[in-house]
Design a protein around this ligand. Structure first.
Ligand code: ADP
Ligand code: MG
Length: 323
């Protein structure tokens, strides 16, 4: 391969540094340094695997974020997919396509943020690849996790009469992005929600262990788009109550000045909250961080009801990053 000629000491230095800093997880019998890592398997577990590609200019802008936070976010959004199945993250794989205008300190800050975030969830960097990019910074992250056999929560499984729940608050990340795109600074809470979102791993695990959810997804493309995936996979419809959509204090303040912003909570992306359905109607009383926002119905489609009885029409399509 052409790239092979370009492999130099710098790359091996970086890998040595990463290997030393990443440590090794108890679930691995062999970590970074060989052709593959080795993870012994147990009979009563399913292995979950998910991958994300993050490209500068499309998924992130370097001028808006620190490399440390970018490293954290790359892990968080990836681990969020494991959370969305109710699993426990274990191994991460990191591919870096590195443009010339990124120096060693920046790459080290990125990897440090990556490892710090991984540690929060007990996940270990188990391998990757590093090469030069002639274009933008490109990051590929793969995560593997485990879940007890047959306890993964899929998109398919919602049925008539199930309640629809979401975790946390919606729209914060999209509001922060909206402000940044208009040259304004989001407050520290909104900035944190955008730059360093928290995957809801513990909630996902609880729902899967207690077998409470019939279908689940993490909200990366916006509530309507992602709930739409559950509805399509489960072949059902849903009715939501607009006033039940959980909104943070910062979001409510902004909404007070511009009522159109509600569309960011409905269709803005990158919340990384969980949306799930359950036959149980009282989960919001049992679990602090969740809100019941609607119900699954036989009539296909997704309807949003306002308190005055009229249907609400969201003016925005699903989230499309910097489009
Ligand atoms: P190979 O030629 O087999 O692809 P590499 O020299 O690319 O091997 O990588 C050597 C070891 O370092 C492998 O275990 C690989 O998984 C790991 N590695 C390379 N780049 C990264 C990275 N960015 N993050 C984590 N591990 C990495
Ligand atoms: Mg390689």
């Amino acid at each position: 391969m052409l790239a092979n000629k370009k492999r130099n000491n710098e790359e091996f230095e970086l890998i040595r540094w990463i290997k030393q800093k990443a440590g090794s997880g108890g679930h691995l019998s062999l970590g970074i340094g060989d052709d593959c890592s080795i993870q012994p398997q147990q009979a009563d577990q399913d292995l979950l695997t998910s991958t994300d590609l993050l490209i500068e200019g499309i998924h992130f802008k370097r001028e808006w974020t620190s490399m440390f936070d970018l490293g954290r976010k790359c892990v968080a959004v990836n681990i969020s997919d494991i959370a969305a199945m109710g699993g426990t993250p274990q191994s991460l794989f990191l591919g870096i396509g590195r443009p010339k205008n990124i120096n060693d300190d920046e790459i080290e800050a990125f990897v440090s943020g990556f490892l710090e975030e991984a540690k929060l969830y007990g996940a270990v960097l188990a391998g990757g690849d590093s090469c030069a990019s002639l274009g933008p910074l490109m990051i590929s992250v793969t995560v593997q996790g485990i879940v007890a056999t047959d306890e993964a929560i899929c998109r398919q499984g919602a049925s008539y009469g199930d309640a629809v729940y979401v975790s946390g608050y919606l729209g914060d990340s999209a509001l922060a992005l909206d402000l940044l795109q208009n040259g304004q600074q989001p407050d520290s809470y909104l900035a944190e929600r955008f730059h360093t979102p928290s995957p809801r791993v513990a909630l996902g695990q609880e729902l899967s262990k207690r077998q409470l959810a019939t279908a689940m997804l993490d909200i990366s493309d916006g509530l309507l788009a992602d709930l739409g995936h559950i509805l399509a996979a489960s072949e059902v419809g849903a009715d939501l109550a607009l006033e039940k959509i959980p909104l943070s204090k910062s979001f409510q303040d902004a909404l007070g000045k511009d009522s159109q912003l509600i569309d960011l909570a409905l269709s803005g992306g990158e919340d990384y909250e969980l949306i799930f359905t359950s036959p149980l109607k009282d989960l919001a009383e049992q679990i602090d961080s969740v809100t019941r926002i609607g119900v699954i119905n036989q009539e296909l489609g997704l309807r949003i009801h306002q308190s005055n009885g009229e249907l609400y029409q969201c003016q925005r399509d699903g989230f499309d990053h910097f489009a």
